[in-house]
Design a protein around this ligand. Structure first.
Ligand SMILES: C[S@@+](CC[C@H](N)C(=O)[O-])C[C@H]1O[C@@H](n2cnc3c(N)ncnc32)[C@H](O)[C@@H]1O
Length: 210
């Protein structure tokens, strides 16, 4: 096993408990996700997701698998770029997130995970993953799945937040993501566990290898 970070025992007991705990947390708080994401990113989320996809080479007519599709923030941008929603498949292990997804009609949403992509080998031009790599159980398996489903010459676009190198930038990021964002979330959210999702979000960034 090659997890992105060691178990975070403030939240769950051990490595095997992690994926179930993460899925339940996303299920419970899914209804708040888009509202809190908009506030946290000052409404720039669609813009920078689209920009990342374009920079990674996504273009009209390509077929896409968006892994960790959640409420569809990356898949929506991908569908607009490729020009045909039927060319986009979203995969996610959380039924709650998928139930709250707002994607154009034609995008297919399928239960699954990065480690077990329910997609045939060498079948897509592009794999995207937005802010879900920190949640996989095994990085090596996830990347070998990305490689398996891509056609030869296909592209991979992984969006993630990494720990800043400078101490000042790290302290500022921590203040914002660990204190300000959960405080704001507690005021905007309808579920009481949403601030915990946001604290967990920062703690995984701090604990990650990269
Ligand atoms: C922070 S949300 C990101 C949603 C969306 N991609 C975005 O850009 O906003 C992380 C998503 O990853 C999903 N996830 C958790 N574990 C996963 C895994 N092993 N493989 C794929 N997705 C996973 C969660 O259910 C959740 O929907």
């Amino acid at each position: 096993m090659d997890p992105p970070h060691p178990p975070l025992q403030t939240y769950y007991a051990d490595a095997p408990s992690r994926s179930g705990w993460v899925r339940d947390l996303f299920n419970r708080t899914a209804g708040d996700y888009d509202r809190v994401e908009r506030a946290m990113a000052f409404g720039t989320g669609s813009w920078y997701r689209r920009r990342a996809l374009l920079q990674a080479g996504l273009s009209a007519g390509m077929t896409v698998v968006d892994v960790g599709v959640g409420t569809g923030l990356v898949a929506r941008e991908a569908a607009a770029i490729v020009g045909n929603p039927a060319c986009v498949i979203g995969v996610d292990p959380s039924p709650g997130m998928v139930a709250n997804a707002r994607v154009p009609s034609g995008v297919r949403l399928i239960p699954g995970s990065a480690e077990h992509l329910p997609v045939p080998s060498a079948s897509v031009d592009f794999v995207s993953m937005g802010f879900a790599l920190r949640h996989v159980d095994d990085l090596a398996t996830a990347f070998s799945e990305f490689y398996r489903v891509l056609k030869p010459g296909g592209r991979l676009c992984v969006l993630e937040i990494t720990r800043p190198r400078s101490g000042w930038a790290r302290a500022l990021l921590k203040l914002y993501l660990r204190r300000v964002v959960p405080w704001v979330a507690a005021r905007l959210a309808s579920h009481r566990d949403t601030p915990e999702l946001l604290r967990y979000h920062y703690d995984t960034i701090e604990a990650c290898a990269a």
